[in-house]
Design a protein around this ligand. Structure first.
Ligand SMILES: Nc1ncnc2c1ncn2[C@@H]1O[C@H](COP(=O)(O)OP(=O)(O)OP(=O)(O)O)[C@@H](O)[C@H]1O
Ligand SMILES: [Mg+2]
Length: 113
């Protein structure tokens, strides 16, 4: 099982959500966050600004899926979130050791279906 965490532009959330429909995703978590990438939050670097950091509003989407779903999920997010401008975001994929559905006690793949 893998956790796919995507930081995207907030206005792209609906497109990404729609792109994930049909991929048999059993759930997702969305948060409003703030962050910066390598431009440190500045669209343009100006004299003296290299050392100042501005946080930009972003939306973070977390989806835990079976390992064989990761590529499809990542491709769907890229396809829906990409504008070809800076700040389009990043996708982080990590291993998930265990999943438990609290209501039933089901674990791992069963808890993701
Ligand atoms: N290394 C990182 N660790 C954690 N969060 C990050 C990292 N890089 C980017 N982010 C998050 O993703 C958001 C979008 O990053 P962004 O797309 O600007 O990355 P970038 O590397 O600057 O690429 P680009 O040049 O396309 O802008 C940031 O505002 C931040 O919330
Ligand atoms: Mg950036």
């Amino acid at each position: 099982m893998k956790m796919v965490k995507a930081v995207i532009k907030p206005f792209k959330l609906d497109d990404v959500k729609d792109a994930l429909v049909g991929l048999d995703i059993a759930g997702m978590t969305v948060s409003e966050v703030r962050g910066h990438g390598r431009q440190k939050g500045h669209t343009e670097l100006y004299r003296g600004a290299e050392y100042a950091v501005d946080f930009v509003p972003k939306t973070e989407l977390t989806v835990v899926v079976k390992a064989d779903q990761v590529d499809a999920v990542v491709e769907a997010i890229i396809g829906a979130a990409r504008t070809d401008k800076v700040g389009d975001g990043k996708i982080f994929v990590t291993d998930v050791e265990k999943v438990v559905r609290i209501r039933t006690g089901e674990t791992d793949a069963e808890a993701l279906s």
